[in-house]
Write a protein that binds this ligand. Sequence first.
Ligand code: ZN
Ligand code: ZN
Length: 262
Amino acid sequence: MAELPLSELLRLVVWLGLLGVIFIPLERLFPLKRAPLLRPQIRADLAYYFINGLLPRLLLIVPLSALAWAVRHLQPIPFYGWAASLPWRERLLLIILVAEVGGYWGHRLSHEVPWLWRFHAVHHSAAHIDWLVNSRGHPVDIAFGRFSALLPVYVVGLAQPSAASPDFLPMFYTVIATTWSFFVHANVNWRLGWLEHLIATPAFHHWHHTNDDRRHFNKNYATFLPLMDRIFGTHFLPSKRWPLSYGLLEAQEGELEKASVG
Ligand SMILES: [Zn+2]
Ligand SMILES: [Zn+2]
């Protein structure tokens, strides 16, 4: 990171203000678990917010450029370019669906492959879950998650990873996915009935963070669509219960030390 443009910093400060204005009152009005406003580790999570607002994008420059190069070599194939003629709304919906599959498997691999888990364990170290915990993560883990969601989008030709004419839709997808991720971490006691079958909610993702019972580990990987977890056999969402506690087991904390952000 040679230099940090002021506009980037300003963008992150404005986003943080907007997120705070939405989530701080909601978490005060509908708290799932009582916590002071300045709860433990808030400073670390704010630091993660700024680091992860900047670093993962830089980490992705090389892999996305390599992908752009590879995809250019696919373009003589007739199938390629089919998406360019679609209206943007349809293309966005397809991008969300395809990115959801890629994101599901990227997240699942982050739990199942020990080398990836070392990075992802940083996110799971949170013993208290609220909106800002969404930011807690190793930048490598965040970059890997974004790359796995976008990889199939580019490979099937739903967007062009060309640096010459940046495609707005994958960026838009990343913004809505990140915003939704803040919501599913929120410390709110909402249960949303049938909607929970359709879309990821705080209850859905809070169960992803539970450390209550090993039988409930490694569930609910999806970003938006619980259907992904149903299809791939990792769905777990009791209709009324919430997890009692969150975080890593002692045995898992050793893994975390190996991936310290430094
Ligand atoms: Zn996870
Ligand atoms: Zn999470």
